[in-house]
Design a protein around this ligand. Structure first.
Ligand code: NAD
Length: 489
C-alpha cells in the first residue's frame, strides 16, 4: 500500500475536504508511489483564511527581521540534515538521477532559504532628501498573502525559491505543489513547523491546477501570485489575476540557444552543452535546446557531441551511475515522443536517440537523449518548447547571423555563448534578449543572481536582492517637520 500523504493548513496536517486523492506515480516504473489530497476550492478557502488571519495577527510580519531569518536558517539546516531522504524522494517523484538530486536540487533548496534568511536583515528603506523641512522615507512592507504555484521539474528548489524571499519579507503563503510531483513540497510542512514558523504562515494545498491553482489565483485575499510553469498557464493566471489587480510574477517556458562561435573551444563547448541540454532529462526551463553554431565548426562539434551524448547512461534514477532518468509522467513522455516524430516528418535528421523507449526500460517513461541535425528555423522542433532530452543543431554563417538566430524566438529565458574572444562574448551578451546569458557555461543558477525571462519567458525576477524586493510593497512616508504648519489657502 502506497503512502497516503497529508497536506498542511493552519499548522495542521489534513486530507481534502471531500476526502478525494490524487495518485502520484513513480516515473521509473509507473507504479503507485503515494496518494496525496486532491485539494478543493473549500480547502483553498481554508488555507487563504488561515494565511490572512496569520498576517493580520502581525506575529510574523512584526517579528524582528533577524528572527524571521533565523527560522529560515533553521529550516535550511533541517533540509540539509534530511538531505538523503529529500533527494531520494525527489528522484522517485520526478525521475531525475539521484546524483543530481543530491548534488543540485536539495543543496540548492537549502541554499535559497539560507540566502534569504541572511539577506532579510538588509531589507532597508530609503531616506529621500526631497526638500528642506520635510522627512521623506520609504518602508518595505510585506504584501500579505502570497499564492505560490510550483511546476514538477525542480519542485523542492522552486518551492524554496518562493518561500525564502516571501517568508523573509514577512508574508504568509499558500503553496500549491506540482500535480505530478508534489511530495518534497509537502515534506516542507514538517520542516517549517520544526523550524518554529507560526501556524498559518505557511499552508500547502495539493491538487490539480484547474481546481487548487485556479481557486488560489481567484481568491480576493491573495495579493500576489508567484507562478513557475508553462507560458500557456502563466498567461491564464495573469488574465485571471487582473480581475483583482493582483501582482503576478511569472517564470515561464524557454527555448534557450547555445550559440557556438567559430573560435570556440569545441571540447569545452561539447562538455558544457551536454550538461546544459540534458540535465534533468532536458526537463529544464533554461535547457540548451537549440544549438546555433558557426558553419565552420559544425561538423567537428556534431561528431563530438553525438559521441558524448551516446555515452550518457539512461536508466534507474536511483542507481548512482545513472545520468538520465525517466521523464516525469507517461503523458509527458508521449508529448516529447510526438515532437521527435514531428521533427522527422518535417525533414530533420536524427543523429542519436529517437521517439521510442530504450530496450529493457519499457516499464518507465524513458527516452534516449536525442539530437537532430539539418534543422531549419521554420521547424516545430526549433520553435516550440519540447521540455525533454531533444536538441536541435543548426548551422549559420558568422556572428551576425548567430545573433539573429539566438533572438529568433518568442522566448527569452536564457542563452549561452561559446567563444574564446572576450569582445565577441560581451557584445553578443548585450545583443541577446534573455534574462540570463552564460559565457562558456550553461545552466548555472545562484541564489544571489536575479533569474527570470524576457518576452514570453516571464515577468519579474526571482533570486537575488530583486527577488526579495519582489515580495514587498514600498510605502513612502512624507513628514512635515517645520514649526509652522503648511498653508496654501
Ligand atoms: P504547468 O504550467 O502545466 O503547471 C505549473 C503549475 O501550474 C502546476 O502546479 C499546475 O498544477 C498549475 N496549474 C495548471 N493549470 C492552472 C490554472 N488554470 N491555474 C492555476 N494553476 C494552474 O507547467 P509544468 O508542466 O508543471 O512545468 C513545465 C513548465 O514550467 C515548462 O514550460 C517550463 O519551461 C516551465 N518552468 C519555468 C521555469 C522558470 O524559472 N522560468 C522553471 C521551471 C519550469
Amino acid at each position: 500500500m502506497a503512502d497516503r500523504v497529508d497536506m498542511f493548513i493552519n499548522g495542521q496536517k489534513c486530507q481534502a475536504s471531500d476526502g478525494a486523492t490524487l495518485e502520484v506515480l513513480n516515473p521509473a516504473t509507473n507504479e503507485l508511489l503515494a496518494q496525496v489530497p486532491a485539494g478543493t476550492a473549500e480547502d483553498v478557502q481554508q488555507a487563504v483564511g488561515a494565511a490572512t488571519e496569520a498576517h493580520e495577527s502581525g506575529e510574523w510580519r512584526s517579528m524582528p527581521a533577524a528572527d524571521r531569518g533565523s527560522v529560515l536558517l533553521k529550516a535550511a539546516e533541517i533540509i540539509t540534515s534530511r538531505a538523503d531522504e529529500f533527494a531520494r524522494m525527489e528522484t522517485m517523484d520526478v525521475g531525475k538521477p539521484i546524483i543530481e538530486s543530491e548534488a543540485f536540487d536539495i543543496p540548492m533548496a537549502a541554499e535559497h532559504l539560507t540566502y534569504y534568511g541572511r539577506l532579510v536583515v538588509d531589507l532597508l528603506g530609503e531616506t529621500i532628501p526631497a526638500m528642506p523641512g520635510v522627512l521623506d522615507y520609504t518602508l518595505r512592507e510585506p504584501m500579505g498573502v502570497i499564492g505560490g504555484i510550483i511546476p514538477w521539474n525542480f519542485p523542492c528548489v522552486l518551492a524554496c525559491r518562493k518561500l525564502g524571499p516571501a517568508l523573509a519579507a514577512g508574508n504568509c503563503v499558500v503553496i500549491k505543489p506540482a500535480t505530478w510531483a508534489p511530495l518534497t513540497t509537502l515534506m516542507l510542512a514538517d520542516v517549517f513547523q520544526e523550524a518554529g514558523l507560526p501556524s498559518g504562515v505557511l499552508n500547502i494545498v495539493s491538487g490539480s491546477g484547474e481546481t487548487v491553482g485556479a481557486a488560489l489565483t481567484d481568491h480576493p485575499a491573495v495579493r500576489k501570485v508567484s507562478f513557475t510553469g508553462s507560458t500557456e498557464v502563466g498567461c491564464t493566471i495573469m488574465r485571471r489575476a487582473s480581475d483583482e489587480a493582483k501582482c503576478v510574477s511569472l517564470e515561464m517556458g524557454g527555448k534557450s540557444p547555445a550559440v557556438v562561435l567559430a573560435d570556440a573551444d569545441i571540447d569545452g563547448a561539447v562538455e558544457g552543452i551536454t550538461f546544459g541540454a540534458f540535465l534533468a532529462q532536458g526537463e529544464c526551463c533554461c535547457a540548451a535546446t537549440r544549438v546555433c553554431i558557426d558553419a565552420s565548426v559544425h561538423d567537428e562539434f556534431v561528431e563530438k557531441f553525438v559521441a558524448k551524448t551516446k555515452a550518457i547512461q539512461v536508466g534507474d534514477p536511483l542507481d548512482p551511475d545513472t545520468k538520465m532518468g525517466p521523464l516525469v509522467h507517461r503523458e509527458h513522455w508521449q508529448s516529447v515522443s510526438d515532437y521527435i516524430k514531428k521533427g522527422v516528418d518535417e525533414g530533420a535528421t536524427i543523429l542519436c536517440g529517437g521517439p521510442d523507449k530504450p530496450t529493457g526500460l519499457e516499464a518507465g517513461n524513458y527516452l534516449s537523449p536525442t539530437i537532430f541535425a539539418n534543422v531549419t528555423p521554420d521547424m516545430t522542433i526549433y520553435r516550440e518548447e519540447i521540455f525533454g532530452p531533444v536538441i536541435t543543431i543548426t548551422a549559420f554563417e558568422g556572428i551576425d547571423a548567430l545573433a539573429q538566430a539566438a533572438n529568433d524566438t518568442d522566448y527569452g529565458l536564457a542563452a549561452s555563448i561559446w567563444t574564446q574572444d572576450l569582445r565577441d562574448a560581451h557584445n553578443l551578451a548585450a545583443q541577446i534578449a534573455a534574462g540570463t546569458i552564460w559565457l562558456n557555461v550553461h545552466n548555472f543558477v545562484f541564489s544571489q543572481a536575479p533569474y527570470g525571462g524576457y518576452k514570453q519567458s516571464g515577468i519579474g525576477r526571482e533570486l537575488g536582492r530583486e527577488g526579495l524586493l519582489a515580495y514587498t510593497e514600498t510605502k513612502t512616508v512624507i513628514a512635515w517637520l517645520a514649526d509652522e504648519p503648511f498653508a496654501w489657502y
